[in-house]
Write a protein that binds this ligand. Sequence first.
Ligand code: ZN
Length: 108
Amino acid sequence: MFTNEEQALINQSLLITADQLEASGQYPPQPEPAYPTFPDALREVHEKQPDPKCPNCHVSGYFYPADKAYAPGHVYSEEGLAEFTRYSRYCEFCFDGLMREPEDEEQE
Ligand SMILES: [Zn+2]
């Protein structure tokens, strides 16, 4: 079950999400200099729209190491990458949301 906040992220452009994350400062740290910052990575994904896309949020999947999924299309762990590339092709943002029990929502 997605939270209302997550559903809103799915419905809006990645460009808006990138701006929001940048303004809030709440996004994963740059793992190494070769990586763009997370908001810039989102803008790049939005511009290039590489395949494959997640069947739920219809956003291109992209790998960016982090502790959790920050935006639709985000894949942050090795396990999530395997899930996305080999199995369901759900991004980790959607996978985590869809697998979550409704009760968890109120604990956050
Ligand atoms: Zn997705």
